[in-house]
Design a protein around this ligand. Structure first.
Ligand code: ATP
Ligand code: MG
Length: 303
């Protein structure tokens, strides 16, 4: 698969390092390697393609949401403080850039599911289990699980698909102490976040965390874990409206309408056979998607 990404902007004081489908990473131009500038673009990806046009404001909305969660999660995180010594954030990306400590990332995507849906539900239907965790028979798409489950994925190198793995496989990848800390920390953050979201009328169905280790840290957290990447955003998580979810008279698709790019996925599924390049998104799909991202931020962060 070839994804053509737009040339990332040149930023004063920073050199471009790498662009993922959604974010552009920069390192300090002075050659220091302790920090990273993570710039969330307005790009939206679905089915492994970056789509056109971008969603105006998406990068800023997701950055604000991620920062809001970082401030509420009781785990060391990658945000570099104002006095970190990193170059200043360039004004043109100020609302969607994050200065972080540059970490050594663990190659495990820490997925937690409080509900069974998406790829987890697909795997359950085939095998009765998700990532080696056996689940009771008869569960349906969107059912809440008795207790959230940790279903890690191997973070594949650039261009390859991430792959669901068992906990035992994650132990082989990062060792028992780190694998256990990744699982327990992820489940703990998820439980607290789910409760906070519920107070605001939102169901946190599932999410993905990424952690790294700071090779320069003097006082690391448990097993040296530092929470990194984006947290609990609508790109990394599935959120449902609690009232719609509870209304079992509604069609399933409406109960499980998530605060993310589901609108984009649904439109693409109806208008594209997944061969060749995807068609451009119509203006109303772009504006509906933007509104959906904005609504989640508003719902969660309103005092
Ligand atoms: P894609 O989303 O295109 O499949 P990706 O997830 O690698 O690829 P992005 O999410 O756009 O791309 O880019 C963010 C990258 O930065 C990820 O590889 C993530 O693991 C990494 N990252 C996030 N925080 C840090 C950090 N503090 N230190 C080092 N790397 C980080
Ligand atoms: Mg990513």
């Amino acid at each position: 698969m070839v994804t053509r990404l737009p040339t990332p902007p040149q930023l004063d004081g920073w050199n471009h390092l790498y662009s993922g489908k959604v974010r552009d990473l920069y390192v300090p131009a002075d050659g220091s390697d302790a920090h990273l500038l993570v710039v969330a673009s307005n790009r939206v990806s679905a089915f492994d393609h970056v789509l056109e046009p971008p969603i105006p404001g998406k990068g800023a909305l997701l950055t604000e949401l991620s920062n809001w969660w970082f401030a509420r999660i009781d785990v060391p995180n990658h945000l570099a403080g104002a006095d970190s010594g990193a170059p200043p954030v360039p004004a043109e990306v100020a609302d969607r850039a994050t200065v972080t400590r540059r970490l050594e990332m663990f190659p495990v995507e820490c997925v937690v599911r409080g509900a069974l849906t998406g790829s987890g539900f697909a795997e359950y239907r085939r095998t009765g289990a998700v990532c080696g965790i056996e689940l009771p028979a008869g569960l349906e798409d969107g059912d809440l699980l008795d207790a959230p489950i940790y279903t890690p994925a191997y973070k594949a190198p650039l261009g390859e698909h991430d792959e669901n793995i068992t906990f035992e496989r994650s132990v082989e990848l990062v060792g028992e102490e780190v694998a256990t800390a990744l699982r327990d920390t992820s489940l703990r953050i998820f439980a607290a976040a789910r409760e906070l979201a519920a107070q605001r009328g939102v169901v946190l169905a599932d999410t993905k965390f990424e952690f790294g280790r700071d090779p320069r840290a003097a006082a690391p957290g448990p097993a040296g874990l530092v929470l990194a990447d984006e947290v609990l955003t609508s790109d990394s998580s599935r959120y449902w409206d609690a009232a719609a979810y509870a209304d079992t008279a509604l069609p399933r698709a409406e109960r499980l309408a998530s605060f993310d790019k589901q609108i984009v996925r649904d439109w693409l599924s109806a208008h594209w056979d997944r061969s060749g390049e995807p068609p451009a998104l119509p203006a109303e799909i772009v504006s509906q998607t933007r509104a959906r991202y904005a609504e989640l931020l508003e719902r969660l962060t309103a005092a």
